[in-house]
Design a protein around this ligand. Structure first.
Ligand code: BTN
Length: 238
């Protein structure tokens, strides 16, 4: 079992970057504010000072290889859903590969950065940005929501973090993680609009491969596999 040392800092550029520079053993770093929070790809991650949960967890999984690293995404996503469902009543889902959604809105983003040594994962930095008590979002993020917007009250960020760390440890030994991940998928039922390149199409989710690719079946009944960034969900935020 992991016994995390937790370091709190007031401000840093990015907790993921901080962890890559200062992390040792298995630990957690939490910041009240990031001056250069990183989102997926080129995106940034904005968060009002002191309102949300911005943290990174450093682990060294011994039974996960480069080839099976998508397991970590599944474990983290399922642990986040299980955590959030203890604080809000609405169902929590995973928008492939690892955005955490409530309805059509994003409540949490995950940025996992693995340092490989051959086939082995030497260091795994799990960065999480969870919207907790912020109620006004100024950034260009299209569809944000927070726990406070859903419940109407403030949530203790430390309690939330501790709950997540417990759920994370449980998810790592969960024998049905793949099934849990699949059952949690946003839009796992029905046909919905997607975009690949400049093509818009309607499709239904067949599943997610072990390597993390999303399988969509189009209106002609033909299935296609998409790697991350090869397809985007069209979400009506009306
Ligand atoms: C996404 O784009 O959805 C991923 C966002 C991940 C943001 C978190 S906040 C804590 C950690 N440090 C970072 O710089 N990014 C992650």
């Amino acid at each position: 079992m992991m016994n995390f040392k937790i370091v709190h800092i007031e401000e840093t550029d990015s907790t993921n970057r901080w962890m890559k520079e200062h992390g040792e053993g298995e630990m957690v770093v939490v910041a009240d504010f990031q001056t250069a929070g990183k989102g997926c790809g080129q995106n940034s991650w904005e968060s009002e000072r002191g309102q949300n949960l911005l943290f990174s967890v450093l682990i060294h999984p011994t039974n996960v290889s480069a080839r099976t690293q998508f397991i970590i995404t599944q474990v983290v996503s399922v642990a986040l859903c299980n955590t959030l469902e203890k604080f809000i009543i609405q169902p929590v889902e995973i928008k492939w590969p690892n955005d955490i959604y409530v309805g059509d809105k994003k409540i949490c983003g995950v940025l996992i950065e693995n340092k490989l040594e051959g086939q082995r994962i030497k260091d795994c930095v799990i960065g999480i940005g969870l919207d907790v008590n912020q109620t006004v979002f100024k950034s260009d993020a299209p569809n944000p929501v927070s726990i406070k917007l859903l419940t109407g009250h403030d949530t203790d960020r430390e309690q939330l973090l501790n709950t997540f760390l417990t759920e994370l440890q449980q998810a790592f030994v969960n024998k049905t993680i793949q099934r849990d991940y699949h059952n949690r998928l946003y839009r796992r039922q029905g046909r919905h609009p997607y975009m690949a390149g400049d093509k818009r199409f309607e499709a239904s989710i067949v599943g997610v491969n072990d390597d993390g690719r999303l399988m969509l079946e189009n209106e002609q009944g033909i299935a296609h596999l998409f790697a991350f960034k090869e397809v985007s969900f069209i979400i009506d935020n009306g």
